[in-house]
Design a protein around this ligand. Structure first.
Ligand SMILES: C[S@@+](CC[C@H](N)C(=O)[O-])C[C@H]1O[C@@H](n2cnc3c(N)ncnc32)[C@H](O)[C@@H]1O
Length: 231
């Protein structure tokens, strides 16, 4: 079941509970430390000084923490208690909320900005997750979505070797290693950047754009909650 990359929500949550102890180290290794730069770019694209920000699928908290120097207030939400526990230890000052990205426990229009780092790929119902992000943003509020994507062109063969062979192999040697078989499978079935941009448009975002980072292995989408649509 893991190989299909289609775990039900409960399975995804349990998988992140299991890999929480090694998640940060795997992240740094797999991205050669570039994830820090990508998080800073996400914050720069989506968060304005004084914003109230929600970081959905916050995991161990690094994207929420990156927003802290800019934002007035940051809330991190995740459904894995073990991931949240790590986040709480890193930044006790942030409000860390256990909850579901598909049913955010927040009022309509209660945030100026929303970020998601490597999270939307994991949700069972992407359209619903995007609709929830739109709902909790005030009209004109920004969303920033950072997600792994499959590169085309020159890098594609190297990426296949890295992602489809070496990462799953490394995963076999580590606790919770099946997650790293799940990872490439979940990227394969995730919509490409153009399609995700179109989905954001349909979910009520305007001025949607994306840029590719890391030689095209990661996409950063940004958009603004449409002003002419009631939330
Ligand atoms: C790959 S981690 C990303 C963590 C963090 N945002 C980062 O940038 O490193 C994905 C996170 O999404 C969370 N997640 C997946 N589906 C979720 C859902 N439906 N509701 C809340 N959290 C979810 C998982 O528990 C996990 O912590």
């Amino acid at each position: 079941m893991v190989e299909t990359g289609r775990l039900p929500a409960d399975g995804v949550r349990r998988m992140f509970d299991r890999i929480a102890p090694v998640y940060d180290a795997m992240n740094r290794t797999m991205t050669a430390g570039l994830d820090r730069r990508w998080r800073r770019l996400t914050v720069a694209a989506a968060v304005r000084p004084g914003d109230r920000v929600v970081d959905v699928c916050c995991g161990t908290g690094d994207l929420a923490i990156a927003a802290l120097p800019v934002a007035a207030d940051v809330v991190g939400l995740d459904f894995s208690e073990a991931m949240l526990e790590r986040a709480r230890r890193k930044a006790p000052g942030i409000e860390w909320v256990q909850g579901d990205a598909l049913a955010l426990p927040f009022d309509d229009a209660s945030f100026d900005a929303a970020t998601v780092g490597f999270g939307v790929r994991n949700v069972e119902d992407l359209e619903r997750a995007l609709a929830e992000l739109r709902r909790v943003l005030r009209p004109g509020g920004r969303v920033g979505i950072l997600e792994i994507t499959r590169p085309r062109g020159l890098l594609a063969p190297f990426y296949r070797l890295w992602f489809d062979v070496l990462i799953p192999l490394a995963g076999k040697l580590l606790p919770g290693g099946s997650a790293y078989t799940y990872l490439p499978a979940s990227v394969k079935r995730f919509p490409g950047p153009e399609e995700l941009a179109a989905m954001l448009g349909r979910a009520g975002f305007e001025d949607v754009s994306f840029r590719l980072l890391g030689g095209g292995i990661v996409a950063l989408h940004v958009g603004q909650a449409r002003k002419d649509q009631s939330s």
